[in-house]
Design a protein around this ligand. Structure first.
Ligand code: MLT
Length: 267
């Protein structure tokens, strides 16, 4: 379906029984909702899956290209108002999707009945991180999205998948190449300006799962453990062997088993 947000129409993929418990999947940068395809196939028997493309990504409009994490949050709230107006949802976000999810929780916790953070972190960028993003912006502007994608997979996909699952590498590259350069620049600048949401982790009162690929070098296992430990009572930590930063694509069977077990365990 298409959802009208502020200045842009969003593409939202919906699957699963209309009366099923709702799960909102927020993709990472610079991907699209299609990165969750394996999870959608696994869970559509029972859960109502809400899978948007963020503005500037996939089949959603680019809008004015001026993004902030809080604008992405606004978009997610618009989608939820349309698709799940009364029921709280399970939120599941990977990397940038995790930044958006935790900020959304910080702003409006009552919208979420459980949280899943995959290959993400709660801290903001340090100075070196911000400068690196500006280099990325220059690269996207100068060389385009395909060149950016070819470089991204060298760290964005784990060593095992790079060696053994060329189809995953190709799918990631194709998703990035098809994205709009203005959207990707807008998302980089949004991430550079994001706030630190670590304090929000300490207020979580709903079941929380933190998943991380053991080969993730961008948001490594120690960062995931610190996130899980910050949740009062302890979040559940699920390390995925032989997977990197894109664990749901690289090791979908293990990821899906862990996610399904978690969803089944919810009250
Ligand atoms: C992502 O996968 O969303 C990005 O690696 C996040 C980031 O650049 O911080």
């Amino acid at each position: 379906m298409r959802v009208q947000a502020d200045g842009a129409q969003l593409h939202v993929h919906l699957r699963g029984p209309e009366d099923g418990p709702r799960v909102l999947f927020i993709h990472g940068f610079p991907l699209t909702g299609a990165m969750w395809d394996a999870q959608v196939e696994c869970l559509a028997d029972k859960w109502r899956l809400i899978v948007p493309d963020l503005r500037g990504h996939g089949a959603s409009d680019v809008g004015d290209g001026q993004y902030a994490i809080d604008f992405f949050v606004d978009d997610m709230f618009t989608v939820l108002d349309e698709v799940s107006p009364e029921l709280p949802v399970v939120g599941c976000g990977l990397s940038m999707g995790g930044y958006i999810l935790l900020r959304a929780f910080e702003r409006e916790p009552a919208r979420f009945r459980a949280l899943v953070f995959a290959d993400t972190k709660s801290t903001a960028d340090d100075d070196a991180g911000r400068l690196k993003r500006l280099d990325a912006v220059r690269k996207i502007r100068k060389e385009g999205t395909a060149a950016y994608g070819a470089a991204f997979v060298t760290g964005g996909v784990g060593a095992t998948a790079r060696a053994e699952r060329p189809e995953v590498v190709e799918a990631v590259k194709a998703m990035i190449a098809a994205n709009d350069a203005h959207g990707m620049v807008g998302a980089q600048l949004a991430m550079a300006a994001r706030t630190d949401t670590t304090a929000a982790l300490r207020t979580i009162q709903v079941p929380t799962l933190v998943i991380v690929g053991e080969e993730d070098t961008l948001t490594p296992p120690a960062v995931a453990k610190a996130m899980a430990d910050a949740v009062p009572g302890g979040g559940r930590l699920l390390p995925i062997p032989k997977a990197g930063h894109l664990s749901p694509m690289e090791a979908p069977d293990l990821f899906n088993r862990g996610l399904r077990d978690f969803l089944e365990s919810l009250p």
